[in-house]
Design a protein around this ligand. Sequence first.
Ligand code: 13P
Length: 339
Amino acid sequence: MWDTLEEIAQAMVAEGKGILAADESSGTIKKRFDSINAESTETSRRDYREMLFRTRSAMTDHISGVILFDETLRQNAADGTPLVELISSAGAVPGIKVDTGAKPLAGASGEMVTEGLDGLRDRFAEYHDLGARFAKWRAVINIGSGIPSRYCLNANAHALARYAALAQEAGIVPIVEPEVIMDGDHDIDRCFEVTEAALNALYDALSEQRILLEGTVLKPNMVVSGTLNPVQAGVEEVAEKTVRCLRRCVPSAVPGIAFLSGGQSDEDATAHLSAMNAMFDLPWSLTFSYGRALQASPLKAWGGNSANVASAQSAFAHRARMNGLAASGAWTRDLEQAA
Ligand code: 13P
């Protein structure tokens, strides 16, 4: 269906569509299930994700790709159909999270580096056989007093580029995700400065390690105020500063940018994306790769109970449609109220 890295990347950022991040590790999905008092078992995780992937309107009209965790890539639906097949039969690209998590960076208090490079070439070969056509690796960059250090930015950029090179060698499009975390009392301009430094370090490393930019997708944070800052930037300021930062740092050869939601409310994540697309003429597609901002409402509606599948699916379909509109700059707040 998609023959080259460029074709896969283009499909991932197709007009009016974006990515569903459903790649919560076993620990993270347990936390999400705890919040609705549901038990996290292999079967309940399967049932929950199968419910999302069988939401036909969302999957065919607004979801271009799904990021999976290792377990999900190997699971079958209740009727025996591989979950990967549910995704690709809806026309969406199956993807896989391949990093093994962020760990404390040696000699750098409060800073993290992402692990998972050992054995990655062999894992990519297997993931490709299992149907994955793109992958994700997330670096975690904290803002605090005196951090991030240049050391942290470079260590993470180097790992992202090594991962990206191995992905492309295996015919898999790398999503590169340098996430500047929202937590903290910093202002939006500090977030801008750190995001700019992280993206510059990333694109230096990608160039040094011979990455084909046309066969990548960037997954950045938006430029926002720290969650504890008393002054919270409004929608237009977030849109304007995020776009200014990306224009400075991201080469136009990159086909698309798919934001993480990072703890923003569902509606903020949608409003910010829509404003960027409505306000600016951009060299790349700008879309979503949301986890929480797509799943919070269906997770709550589902509540671990199979009797609620239809209402959970309609909650997911709604968020997917709102974000699909935002990816074209066509979302408005009254559409939320009408629903
Ligand atoms: P959030 O949208 O919940 O931040 O998750 C996206 C993701 O994949 C983080 O790596």
